[in-house]
Design a protein around this ligand. Sequence first.
Ligand SMILES: NC(=O)c1ccc[n+]([C@@H]2O[C@H](COP(=O)([O-])OP(=O)(O)OC[C@H]3O[C@@H](n4cnc5c(N)ncnc54)[C@H](O)[C@@H]3O)[C@@H](O)[C@H]2O)c1
Length: 435
Amino acid sequence: MKITMIGAGYVGLVSGVCFADFGHDVICLDKDERKIEALRTGRVPIFEPGLEQLVAANVASGRLSFSTDLSASVSESDVIFIAVGTPSRRGDGHADLSYVRDAAREIAAHLKNFTVVVTKSTVPVGTGDEVERIIRETNPDADVAVVSNPEFLREGAAIDDFKRPDRIVIGLHDERARAVMTEVYRPLYLNQAPLLFTTRRTSELVKYAGNAFLAMKITFINEMADLCEKVGANVQEVARGIGLDGRIGSKFLHAGPGYGGSCFPKDTLALVKTAQDHDSPVRLIETTVSINDNRKRAMGRKVIHAAGGDVRGKRIAVLGLTFKPNTDDMRDSPAIAIIQALQDGGARVIGYDPEGMENAHKVIDNLTTAKGPYEAAEGADALVLVTEWNQFRALDFARLKAAMSSPVLVDLRNIYKRDEVERHGFAYTSIGQPG
Ligand SMILES: NC(=O)c1ccc[n+]([C@@H]2O[C@H](COP(=O)([O-])OP(=O)(O)OC[C@H]3O[C@@H](n4cnc5c(N)ncnc54)[C@H](O)[C@@H]3O)[C@@H](O)[C@H]2O)c1
């Protein structure tokens, strides 16, 4: 199959390189010239484990290339994927579909033979109809089938998720697209990944419903954590106690500082807006959004409390800035609101992250960064663990204690045991565990 991928971001690049690895001919397009230039010279502009090697191997095999110009590849392609961003629209929280609409218009002008146009971006119900309308308006002669195929990969484990998905959801109306999509995903189908064919609108909603459910599950355990702190119970044991119930499952039951990232915050909000527009409000998700928004800043107050109630003039070290480990993505990371709350309280914040510092400087003002955890801890009045990178799981407490001006550890991911930390002379604060 000849595939064009529009958008070479976290999803487009990973999907494109994996399709090439399956044996398809793939061209990844992006408007961002610097991104394409980097890719052409063998540099991968995002951090995703294993991606650089996979890109290099598929470029070398001749199955993967990069361009900023879609005119040549679109007319030659069997399938065109739209994998552009759908961020929250400024002001009202609806998904901003301007990039999707632009991509549809640009594709339409160059279509020649029968082509399957697939929306891989996360888009509200009805967007497939709109993509089809734009294409037909721009190019009335175009022979297209517009398909929905949402992506479920997680940053940090994106390649493995793409190659071993729990399911592949495909929404279509034109039966000609079924054979094409089956061929595109044939290697995965042979590996027993279920292909779920449905209507376009159902497929679009599956993506939002999935993300909203997971966001709600995280928020549920976060509220249980708060209750545990009040009643002297342990949230990790509560999570294990309920997670072993097969109907509940143990994943996404880790209490923490609130969900962030490039998907859950914007997708929950977009679902809330779509549901309101259709006079069918999703109140559970409305509440989830508001609990999570408040939680991030509340974590800042938790740190202030642990540091003695006042951080004015104090130095606070923050380890882990990205919204989760193994990515450089800072979008909606809880660290942003936590650091803001600390700075508002008058603290000087020194952050460290293995991959996210460049992006962190773009979204957090007045952030000082260190070269490693021990440099960050130098002279600190408290050390806060925000993101559970592996390299923070075995910190040398004696070294930290010697470096810090006061041994206070706030562990917002519950990666340490209280006894162990207290044995080293630290005051320890965690999430949802008895003090
Ligand atoms: N990041 C994730 O973990 C993830 C997971 C599942 C689904 N999604 C969804 O996938 C979509 C893409 O997300 P992302 O994280 O890859 O975004 P991203 O911002 O990393 O990448 C989007 C890319 O599209 C490019 N672009 C925009 N308009 C273009 C156009 N007309 N032509 C060519 N290139 C264009 C941008 O320059 C950018 O490089 C979103 O809808 C997102 O919700 C993301």
